[in-house]
Design a protein around this ligand. Sequence first.
Ligand code: ADP
Length: 537
Amino acid sequence: MTDAPDFRALFEALPGLYLVLTPDLVIVGASNSYLRATLTERDAIIGRSLFEVFPDNPDDLAADGVDNLRSSLQRVLRTRRPDPMPIQKYDIKTADGRFEERYWSPMNTPVLDEAGQVAWILHRVDDVTETVRLKSAEAERLTIAREQQAIINELRTSNDALAKSQESLKNREAHLEAILATVPDAMVVIDGTGAIESISATGQRLFGYSVPEVKGRIVSMLMAGPYRHTYETYLARYRAGGERRLLAEGRILEGQRKDGSTFPIELSVGEALLDGTNHFIAFARDLSERQARERLLHEVQSELLHVSRLSTMGEMASALAHELNQPLAAIGNYLQASKRILEKNIDPKAPMLSEVMEKAIIQTHRAGQVIRQLREFISRGETEHRPEDLRKMIEESCALALLVTKDDPVVMKMNLDPGIGMVHVDKVQIQQVLLNLLRNAIEAMHGRDRRELTVATKPDEKNLCAITVTDTGCGMSPETQARLFQRFVTTKPQGMGIGLSISRTIVESHGGTITAEPNPEGGTIFRVTVPRASSNM
Ligand code: ADP
């Protein structure tokens, strides 16, 4: 049998940190590890009260190690059961009286005697200072990592926003480009300093410059002499004090092309905020083109109106002549008869009366002759027949006719036979006929859902060609159709009923015909034939 081991020596050599306390909390034993961890000597603590040896750190106002330990030990005494404690901050007093930060994970276990009473309390602690430190370092690292993540997130968000705004910028640019490519006006985008940023396709054509040739240059380069100077003054004033004389609406000035030629333009300038900076957007309209077009239209229109008035007068004169001819003939006859009666009477004054009557008869004949001549003049007309471009004539007439359809647009179709070049006509008169037909057709379609106007040409018998004007309008009753070309036949409240009769006179004086028939698809087809010019038959 070996000797009983030295339990005290064994206890003191245990690798854990142990203290043995009496129920009144006096230290009676300590493991070597405990002494090392708490920087104490055995002799200095044995026999002393626990809290005398290990007080709270007086500098740590939140220190609660003593209180917590006391409560746990009292619980052990009361319950006689082990009491594990949560991790405690319980600073250790060093030899020089300073306190060192320490964290402990304590466990208090009662040792009972035979009567079941607490004989001793075994106080075991794990020094978890390192772990806690590591943990707090970890926590700190975590906080830093979290902060970094937040910054990254923020960056990402602002990056996204940046990307989005760049995209919208790109979109805006694409949008602007699309506008500039399609806008029918010459449009110039100018920055706050007066430099050109971009110019529309129409603008490039109008001024004869390409984008790189104008980009960044001062906009006054597109203006002629005096206007250029005035505009530069406006620009300088704007830059100096923001005076906005640059803005304009419909200002007429002289533009200058790349080749130096000048032309009238109508300039409108507005302000716009692009990319947060002030810009100007200028619209320049070429007045030379518009003026020329308007002048031409005006000329054709007044020419037609004049002829229309003449024709109307001719028609009236013709009607008048027709109406006067008969009473004149009757007067002549009555005079003849009266003369003969007088000659049979033996009145001394008879020869004189007979002479006067003879003179009246001669004048009546003369009046009759004047009227006949007038009728002949009207029916033959003093017109000028010469080769004319049929397509051009039709296009001009259509352009005029469409002027009246602005509020009630029609679909215009042309189906012109390319084989028919020239016709031998009086241009103004045939255009008058066409205009009349087109206007009637447009009026017949007024307010209807389907409004299709078709003008077609094709060769006709002999040396003629046929022009048809087809509408999808209201059509006409058989009664109207039967009397269509008679004078004063109208179904319109404001109508005169002479358009078609004049048209017939004109067409027939050209050796052609004019007819009307119902359009199988609804509406009416008018058909006019005119002679082709001999050169292209
Ligand atoms: P106005 O137009 O002054 O009435 P027109 O001699 O030009 O005189 O026309 C005579 C009539 O013929 C019109 O009132 C109308 O009833 C009929 N007419 C002419 N063209 C058409 C057409 N395209 N469709 C239907 N009716 C027509």
